[in-house]
Each structure stands twice: as structure tokens, then as C-alpha cells.
Write a protein that binds this ligand. Structure first.
Ligand code: F6P
Length: 359
């Protein structure tokens, strides 16, 4: 089919590198194929609204976005179009409005940058609404299956590592247990990667249920060896041996994780006598200047996504595998999610370094 005009949107939680991916799509699509590129604002909501909320993109509009955090198109991680929350409190299936928006804009294809949840929704919208769709994976959680890396993960790990570097000094100066709580949902990739890189003594991840007694034993063992301080990193969704996860609250009908750091500090303090303090890194992990690796990944994914559109290969997501960009059916990418495997090289590394994983 002859492609003349494509749309691009970002969906789900923001992260560093989204703008770099948009830029890559725009540069390759306009320079090498002469296509028009339309940026849809605020994920699928821009296509749902009337008038449609969009902007034309060209090399000028993306001139200065490579290093910028967030997404200049805006995004949302709420408002599933199949169960869209209406002002009267009811939910409505707005998927047809999105397919209609695609038609009204005369789009020949749509590129969507999103995590596993967004890719699943976008893929269903595309299938039911007969839209030509290609996906690009992004998420600080790095839990999209079939890709070794998603956009935003490296920057988040860098930020968490830097936080640990800083906390190490304060922990040592004050002889404290310093706990860093990080994001990642049900996957412990951020905690595991940053924990090793940042020299944490304790790393707790959702994939390995922890026993509080073993965590406290690790603190006491360090004390006994003459180390006055301990640094721990804990993933927001870790659960104890009884399978309990500490959830913070429910907001907009969705569960918000958080609070495990504080709960751990309390228990560690009571059981070891150490002064334990918590830092919750929160959305700091998602913002900021993308790392060079995220810029490279975003650029490679953007170019590859445009090439897939040019070849008419739709329903695919671009992935990073063994230093290659490989396209995979979206169905395959959303069928499972990428957790930390028990035999992961970094799990073995952590154990080899004597880091307590709580089990
Ligand atoms: O999926 C990315 C992520 O940052 C998770 O790590 C975290 O649990 C969640 O989003 C937070 O979402 P929100 O920005 O809605 O609080």
C-alpha cells in the first residue's frame, strides 16, 4: 500500500527517551519516505476527542527534543478506551471513536510507543478498528517480554544508582540503615540492576519473597563484621514470605504501589536496634534527561518502526535482542511479561557478591 501519512502517539506512564523515539520516527519518515507525520496528543485520547487533538510534526518540531525528558505529545496511563470512565461515573466503550479519529485524519498507519498494558490496548484497537499499527516498547519497569531492553529503563537505573551512591555516604557517616524504595511494579529489574551497580548490601525484588528475619540477619552480620552501616534497595511490589505486598492506596480505580520501604525500616529498626531511614525515589526515576543508551535505543526503535510501516508489516513491535532490532508479533510480546528469572545472571552476580536477597 502507498503510505502518505502516519500518526504517532505515546501511551502509559512517561519515561526518559520518548521524545528521542518520536524524533527518530519523524526524521526517518519525512527525510527518507516523504511521509507526513501527525503527532496525536495525550495517547489515544487525542484521537477520541472532537476536534481531534493533534499536531503536525517535522524536522523543525523535533529539533530540540532529543535530550528532553517526558513526552511533548503528552500521555496518560488511565482511561482504557474499552472501559472509558464517563463524567457520570459509568464506563463506556469508546474504541470506535478512536478508529473514526484515525479515518478522519486519513492515517495510513499508526506508531504507538507504550508499555505492555498500552501495547495490548493499542493492538486490540488496531485489530478491531482496522488500523495499521506498529509498536515501540517503553517502560522503566523493563517488563515487556521479548525485548532485552525497553526505552526508559536505563535512565531509571542510572537515577536509582546515583541515589544509592549518595545514600552510601550518609549511611556511612551516620551509621544507619538506609533503604531506597524504587518503582518497577511486579518486576525487580530496576532494584536488581541499580542495587548491584550502586553497591547495595540488601536487594529485595518481587520475584524473590523475602523473610524479614533474613534481612535483619544480614544487617546484624554486617554489624558483627565491623560495618556500621547498611544500604538496601527495595522494589515497590516486593512481598514477604506470606505473599503480602504493601500497597499504598487505590486511586482512580487503580492500585498504587508503595510504602514497603517505611514498613521495612520500622521492622529492621525494631529487630536490630539500628537507625533505619527511607528514601522513596518515586517519579524521579521517570523524568529527566535520557541516558545515551536510552537515546540510542529510542533512535534505533524509531527508525525500525518506520521501516516496518514502509514494508507493510503491521501488528508488530520492535525489540532489542542480541544487539539487533528484531520485530516480533505484538501478540507474542503481550502474552507474558518479563520478570527477573531465578537463574538470571544478575541474581547469580548478587549472590556471588554476598548481597542479601531476602531469601
Ligand atoms: O509502569 C511504570 C510505573 O512507573 C511503575 O513502575 C509504577 O508502579 C507506576 O508506573 C506508577 O504510576 P503512576 O505514575 O500512575 O503513579
Amino acid at each position: 500500500m502507498g503510505i502518505k501519512r502516519i500518526g504517532i502517539l505515546t501511551s502509559g506512564g512517561d519515561c526518559a527517551g520518548l521524545n528521542a523515539a518520536i524524533r527518530s520516527v519523524v526524521l526517518h519518515a519525512t527525510k527518507d519516505f516523504g511521509w507526513e507525520v501527525i503527532g496525536i496528543r495525550r495517547a489515544t485520547q487525542g484521537l477520541m476527542e472532537r476536534p481531534i487533538d493533534y499536531m503536525y510534526l517535522n524536522s523543525k518540531t523535533v529539533e530540540d527534543v532529543l535530550v528532553k525528558g517526558g513526552t511533548f505529545l503528552g500521555t496518560t496511563n488511565r482511561g482504557n478506551p474499552f472501559k472509558f470512565p464517563m463524567p457520570d461515573g459509568s464506563v463506556s466503550d469508546r474504541s470506535v471513536d478512536i478508529a473514526e479519529g484515525y479515518e478522519l485524519l486519513n492515517l495510513d498507519a499508526l506508531i504507538g510507543i507504550g508499555g505492555d498494558g498500552s501495547l495490548a490496548i493499542l493492538n486490540r484497537l488496531a485489530t478491531e478498528g482496522k488500523m495499521n499499527f506498529v509498536g515501540i516498547p517503553k517502560t522503566i519497569d523493563n517488563d515487556v517480554a521479548v525485548t532485552e531492553r525497553s526505552i526508559g529503563f536505563d535512565t531509571a537505573v542510572n537515577i536509582a544508582t546515583e541515589a544509592l551512591d549518595r545514600l552510601n555516604f550518609t549511611a556511612a557517616s551516620h551509621s544507619r540503615v538506609m533503604i531506597l524504595e524504587v518503582m518497577g511494579r511486579d518486576a525487580g529489574h530496576i532494584a536488581l540492576n541499580a542495587g548491584i551497580a550502586g553497591g547495595a548490601h540488601i536487594i529485595l525484588i518481587p520475584e524473590i519473597p523475602y523473610h524479614i528475619d533474613r534481612v535483619c540477619r544480614a544487617v546484624k552480620a554486617r554489624q558483627a563484621r565491623g560495618h556500621s552501616f547498611t544500604v538496601a534497595i527495595v522494589s515497590e511490589a516486593v512481598c514477604d514470605a506470606g505473599g503480602e505486598t504493601v500497597t499504598k492506596s487505590e486511586q482512580f480505580g487503580e492500585c498504587r504501589l508503595g510504602g514497603i520501604g517505611q514498613a521495612l525500616a520500622q521492622e529492621i529498626g525494631e529487630k536490630t536496634g539500628a537507625e533505619a531511614r527511607v528514601t522513596v525515589l518515586g517519579h524521579v526515576q521517570r523524568g529527566g534527561i535520557p541516558s545515551p543508551l536510552d537515546r540510542l535505543l529510542a533512535s534505533a526503535f524509531g527508525v525500525a518502526a518506520v521501516d516496518l510501516v514502509a514494508q507493510g508489516k503491521f501488528g508488530q513491535v520492535v525489540t532489542w535482542q542480541n544487539r539487533q532490532v528484531v520485530s516480533v508479533p505484538i501478540e507474542e510480546a503481550i502474552a507474558t511479561y518479563q520478570a527477573v528469572a531465578p537463574n538470571d545472571a544478575l541474581v547469580k552476580t548478587a549472590r556471588g557478591l554476598g548481597i542479601c536477597l531476602g531469601d
